[in-house]
Design a protein around this ligand. Structure first.
Ligand SMILES: [Zn+2]
Length: 80
């Protein structure tokens, strides 16, 4: 079973989750910074989580995060 300390942390964790779902957050107060575009992420926005990194649920943020850019196949193969 939980030690008393772990039990305390367990309940604190769930209390904070409850606050989130109850909409007690200030909608103007960013919760996180996007690891893709670097812009703030506000309550109510959808996100992707990749290996623990949080991004806006937008393709452009994914591409920024992965540092991939479209290029011609010739350039990718170095045959140009
Ligand atoms: Zn973003």
């Amino acid at each position: 079973m939980f030690s008393s300390k772990a039990k305390h942390e367990y309940f604190e964790y769930h209390e904070s989750k409850k606050d989130l779902s109850a909409g007690k957050l200030d909608p103007m107060e960013p919760l996180e910074e996007c690891q893709g575009c670097g812009r703030k992420i506000y309550p109510g926005e959808e996100v992707y989580v990749i290996n623990g990194y949080i991004l806006h649920a937008e393709v452009s943020c994914l591409l920024d995060f992965l540092s991939v850019m479209p290029m011609p196949i010739e350039e990718a193969l170095g045959v140009k």
